[in-house]
Design a protein around this ligand. Sequence first.
Ligand code: FES
Length: 105
Amino acid sequence: MSEVKLTIIDHEGASHQVHAETGEVLMHVLRDNIDLNVGICGGEISCGTCLVRLAPEWAERIDAAGGDEAEMLEALAAENNDRLGCQIILGESADGMRATLLNEE
Ligand code: FES
């Protein structure tokens, strides 16, 4: 495992520098560092509270959403660079990622 640094913009627009380990799920990092109400379904793709908008250059670096995640993104009227944080496992390429929390519980 290695450390990655993320920039997270919270629901109020405040910016947070967060350290995480590769292999961690982004939703857990958001819940533990930013907002306890993120991820209330536990990653079952049913709540949408982990929805984040990634900066375009970071959205390109992770696998496209498929299956249940793609259906949930459609139901949430998500935009191209929006993803569910519970479906993103942080890799080394996530270092420097910038993500904005979208759905307040
Ligand atoms: S944690 Fe509920 S949809 Fe991601």
